[in-house]
Ligand binder design. Sequence first.
Ligand code: CO
Length: 302
Amino acid sequence: MNGNQLGTQKMNMTQHSNTIQRSRSVEQLVSGQATSDGAGVKLTRLLTQNLQRRLDPYLMLDAFGSDNPDDYIAGFPDHPHRGFETITYMIAGRMLHRDSAGHEGLLQNGGVQWMTAGKGVIHSEIPQQEHGVMEGFQLWLNLHSSEKMNPPWYHDFQNEQLPKLLSDQGVSVTVIAGVCQGVSGAVCRDITQPLYLDLHLPQGSSFAQPLPAEHNAFVCVYRGTVTIAGQSVAAKHMAILSNDPLADGVIIEASGDAKALLIAGKPLHEPIVQYGPFVMNTEQEIHQAIADYRAGILGESA
Ligand code: CO
């Protein structure tokens, strides 16, 4: 093999990794439901309970954002979780987290807190600021039945600890989970294979990401407007991407500056039984969670 052939081969490989032959399309646009949670934090629930099967393994996505402290200051006092993971991404503001496993952390601008509730955590999430803007997202990721009763796990990633890359189109990508253009994210999970990217797209750029066709995926736009397979998706909207078996990924285009989250994962195809902050596979397991919580043993580390 001569040098020319080698060069051509390398170029093809590079091209292949950055090129999507056919993008998924937008199956449904979701504008979310205004609601409040915790001690009266106002938020928009983008991934609601009726979409849990469609977006398996994801259970919930909340967007919170306000410059009025009355909308967020009371935060989320002590409450339990069992059976899944919560991923909190702060765009702006500071949130203090404390839990029954003895973890404590201050989540700051651009930071991510990844918490695996497993068999049980009781925690509080309280804003640490009395002025200014608080903005962020909380995503719930389900656990496989074999992992729901694992010990809890928790990690805070400050913004500078999160893996980042700049694409050849100038798109700046924060890789919270999964793999993007050879960069591994802060967290990887074998069973649900979550992909969680924060994309900052400059005007006129586009971004392509390979996605296995069976993985469920959605894009949540939080600044500007993006276009996916000819469909425009404006800020404060979530686009559910079709599981087109012929599509090898998604192409996201921005005619103006835009910011969006791209989230995907491998479905578990297991029964989902949710009762508030407990997500298990059977009614019996939910009754057990409630009983353990009432008995004061849900957050015990033994
Ligand atoms: Co919580």
